[in-house]
Design a protein around this ligand. Structure first.
Ligand SMILES: Cc1cc2nc3c(=O)[nH]c(=O)nc-3n(C[C@H](O)[C@H](O)[C@H](O)COP(=O)(O)OP(=O)(O)OC[C@H]3O[C@@H](n4cnc5c(N)ncnc54)[C@H](O)[C@@H]3O)c2cc1C
Length: 491
């Protein structure tokens, strides 16, 4: 099934999770100012599937469920399918300009990947029940076109010790009790983007930080399950009518929240991974290669973002008469190099995809390396925008009303214009710029760009210690051969 935006809004209006905001439980999430924008953007995501120019990219006949679904639920069987998935997702993120990374498609891909490995991973290691769970969860998600959030990371209580050694071992979500109908879990996760307006939750902890089996549980439940609570952060939405001043926040503001599971009963048929922490390596890096998949998705998001940032840099440079300076050209060239590298990574990851019997997946070396690269490349592109716009990014008139005062308008038309832009166009462009490099929403996105796949230092190091572990001999051999050919001293 493919829903329309209105179906999603109706669903979340009638039945949304417990969300705390400024000391109160939100009554109608669809009417709350902190959540209205992301809810309308999620609705737009569903509507894109019905729009003429997007339809052919976003809708697909899905043989796994025997009906049309969103492309994001397609289990690619060959490179052609994978290319289709890449192109469909790129269409979505071009629409978002690379923002709104926790759009429904993000976790649809995870759900599909779990489904594809229901037998060779979940069934093999956890038995037929959990295999069926992975299958049923996928079928339900596609049948109802559900919107998932996810949570992975334990709260930042004390990173120097594993959560099982914290004063309360149930700060991180853990299994408290097993019952015939399911397991009781308690604890919190540091962040769940979109949690307050999502219908479903995937909880998939990063148990590499602690091998205590009480934490080793992956499950999917409705966000409305008794005991699920979201403590939402302050909304970064602009004031009512702020679309002129905040063109990005007013379109793509996402909401983040702390997830609390307060003695939640997770039924057995919603669990796909249980109490075998040693198997996480295989899930993340090998059989399922979840890391490869979600990093690939990030490359798509950031490819769209970098194109947008390049467009912003070029527009500013050309309007301000600075595009002829070599230092400005070098900086814009740098962003364009990032664009080209991402484009190459996305094409190469499909060209070199692994065609497994149950799924075709993007080349993990390329996907992970490119995504790790973007943890630094995207913030660097923002920095370039700051450098080339310099002080002119700051003194922008307060709002649209400045253009409505005839006396002020005259002054603005004269003194806010740029060589290549009249005053109104220039202010629009610079409001757009500020919403990327300076506003709360822009800053939140920069944190997201750096940290959403984990800490960049650790991830870059892992490129050496984990990602290329099996391939590093290939490179060392190139050195070894020359070393072996070099003459040795006589005796
Ligand atoms: C805007 C935003 C949205 C997000 N949305 C989601 C979401 O929807 N769901 C979700 O699950 N997660 C989400 N994430 C969380 C993301 O997964 C984490 O931020 C990420 O995994 C890094 O964890 P951390 O922030 O706890 O930092 P840590 O990994 O704790 O790192 C903090 C600092 O300590 C250092 N450090 C920590 N451990 C070590 C170590 N062992 N050795 C050396 N240095 C160390 C790091 O270098 C870093 O400087 C989101 C993050 C952001 C910023």
């Amino acid at each position: 099934m493919i829903r329309k935006g209105i179906d999603y809004i109706k669903s979340i209006k009638e039945n949304h999770p417990v969300v705390f905001y400024e000391g109160e439980i939100v009554k109608d999430i669809t009417e709350h100012p902190a959540f209205k924008i992301p809810i309308s953007t999620v609705a737009k995501y569903y509507d894109l599937h019905w729009e003429e120019q997007y339809k052919e990219y976003l809708r697909v006949y899905n043989p796994d469920v025997g009906e049309e679904t969103s492309i994001s639920f397609l289990r690619p069987r060959n490179k052609r399918d994978l290319a289709k998935l890449r192109d469909g997702l790129t269409k979505i993120y071009d629409f978002y300009r690379g923002f709104f990374g926790r759009s429904p498609d993000y976790l649809n891909v995870w759900t599909t990947v779990f489904y594809a490995h229901a037998e060779d991973y979940f069934g093999k290691h956890f038995g037929s029940k959990m295999m069926e769970n992975a299958i049923e969860i996928y079928k339900e998600a596609t049948r109802k076109d559900l919107f998932y959030t996810h949570a992975i990371v334990a709260p930042m209580y004390d990173r120097s010790r594993p959560p099982s050694q914290w004063e309360d071992p149930y700060i991180q979500i853990g299994i408290v009790e097993e019952r015939p109908e399911g397991v009781i879990v308690r604890g919190a996760a540091m962040i769940s983007t979109a949690g307050p307006y999502a219908e479903m939750l995937w909880y998939l902890p990063n148990i590499r930080r602690d091998s205590d089996p009480r934490y080793a549980i992956y499950f999917s439940i409705p966000t409305t399950t008794k005991g699920v609570k979201f403590l939402a952060r302050r909304g970064f939405q602009p004031r009512e009518g702020g679309e002129f001043e905040y063109p990005i926040s007013s379109r793509f503001e996402e909401s983040d929240a702390i997830l609390v599971l307060d003695n939640v009963l997770v039924p057995w048929d919603r669990i796909i991974f249980y109490k075998k922490p040693d198997l996480i390596e295989d899930l993340m890096w090998h059989t399922v290669n979840l890391r490869g998949w979600f990093n690939w998705h990030f490359v798509i998001q950031h490819y769209s973002r970098l194109k947008f940032l390049a467009g912003l840099a070029i527009s500013i440079a050309e309007a301000a008469g600075i595009s002829g300076f070599i230092n400005v050209q070098e900086k814009i060239g740098e962003i364009l190099i990032y664009v080209a590298l991402n484009e190459a990574a996305l094409y190469a990851s499909v060209e070199k995809a692994e065609e497994l019997p149950n799924i075709t997946r993007p080349d993990p070396y390329i996907s992970i390396a490119a995504s790790h690269f973007n943890m630094k490349a995207v913030p660097r592109a923002n920095e370039i925008l700051r450098l080339i716009s310099a002080g002119s990014s700051i003194p922008i008139p307060a709002g649209i009303k400045d253009f409505e005062n005839p006396e002020e308008r005259k002054l603005l038309d004269k003194y806010m214009a740029m060589k290549g832009l009249n005053a109104l166009e220039r202010v629009k462009l610079f409001n757009l710029l500020w919403d990327v490099i300076g506003s709360e929403s822009g800053m939140r996105y920069e944190q997201y760009d750096r940290f959403s796949r984990g800490d960049p230092t650790i991830r870059w190091a892992q490129t050496y210690t984990e990602v290329f572990r099996d391939r590093k001999h290939e490179f060392v051999k190139l050195v070894r051969e020359i070393l072996d050919q070099m003459p040795n001293p006589k005796a």
